[in-house]
Design a protein around this ligand. Structure first.
Ligand SMILES: Nc1ncnc2c1ncn2[C@@H]1O[C@H](COP(=O)(O)OP(=O)(O)OP(=O)(O)O)[C@@H](O)[C@H]1O
Ligand SMILES: [Mg+2]
Length: 270
């Protein structure tokens, strides 16, 4: 009888200790998303860890192909949903297919975690996950008509942002107005045009991150050199060196036009 009571008490203490450990881990992960990334098997690069730990409201990532910008945004999106109940995160790309791709990455991170200890999905479709903590993640098509109507957005992730039309960007920004939500623009450049270029060069209040291919430990140097020879200098500078190169068919040079002092330009009146 005495030993049964002892077993019961020691089991209770063990369960309590395990629960406390989980509670402490959750508190640590909530404060530091890099811990969640690591538990999902992703050891963030230095710049990725800096982004995960940043509290900046506006982040813009001008990063090489395959540097890991989508992966780390997916981690941020999932962290938001799991650790901020009632939150709304939107994933936007130039096309539905690309938004879904980011959504899949995010789900991949979720399934790599011990999901029974986390908020559970209650609604799951190809474009939406809603958790039992009332948080939602929604992947959006890249069309203005279909994305209006969301408000109280806590996190807006815009992948392949240099390819997203300006009208779409203008349509989504007000969604953050009342909620004071965060926005992350991530892309490789696509010429000196559009909001991605103007926010990167002149935008106010952005945390800027630029990672070229040679700064990514996973991209092989020899492979990169072969790629440069294959795709040519122009594409290489854009895709791997993150340069806003002039569009191939551009007649006027953007920097030349911008450097013209406007008072010196006389109107052409005859
Ligand atoms: N910190 C990391 N550790 C290990 N693998 C990583 C890390 N970050 C990203 N990766 C892997 O690197 C590859 C490229 O990552 P990701 O798709 O996020 O890059 P990207 O910059 O969005 O590329 P693209 O420009 O082609 O869209 C993926 O296989 C991803 O799993
Ligand atoms: Mg990507």
């Amino acid at each position: 009888m005495l030993s049964m009571k002892h077993d019961y008490l020691s089991n209770l203490l063990m369960v309590q200790a395990a629960n406390n450990a989980i509670k402490r881990r959750i508190e640590r992960e909530q404060a530091d998303p890099t811990l969640m990334a690591e538990r999902a098997g992703i050891t963030p690069d230095r710049w990725q860890a800096d982004l995960l730990r940043s509290s900046a409201r506006q982040m813009i990532l001008n990063c090489s192909r395959q540097s890991g910008k989508s992966t780390i945004s997916a981690v941020l999106g999932l962290h938001q949903a799991i650790y901020t109940p009632d939150s709304l995160s939107l994933l936007l790309s130039p096309s539905l297919r690309q938004s879904q791709e980011l959504f899949r990455k995010l789900k991949g991170v979720y399934s790599a975690l011990e999901s029974d200890l986390l908020p559970q999905p209650v609604i799951e479709t190809a474009l939406t996950t809603e958790f039992d903590n009332n948080s939602r993640i929604i992947a959006l098509p890249g069309k203005e008509a279909t994305i209006r109507g969301f408000s109280g957005v806590d996190l807006l992730i815009v992948d392949e942002a240099s390819r997203v039309p300006d009208e779409l960007y203008q349509a989504i920004r007000p969604m953050l107005a009342v909620s004071g939500g965060r926005i992350i623009l991530l892309s490789t450049p696509f010429g000196k045009r559009g909001f991605f270029h103007s926010e990167w060069t002149d935008g106010i209040g952005w945390l800027r991150t630029k990672i070229t291919a040679d700064q990514c430990p996973r991209i092989d140097k020899e492979w990169l050199e072969r790629e440069r020879q294959m795709i040519g200098d122009w594409w290489y500078r854009q895709e791997y060196l993150c340069q806003f190169v002039e569009t191939l068919d551009s007649v006027f040079n953007f920097d030349d036009i911008r450097s013209i002092p406007s008072s010196d330009v006389k109107p052409l009146v005859f």
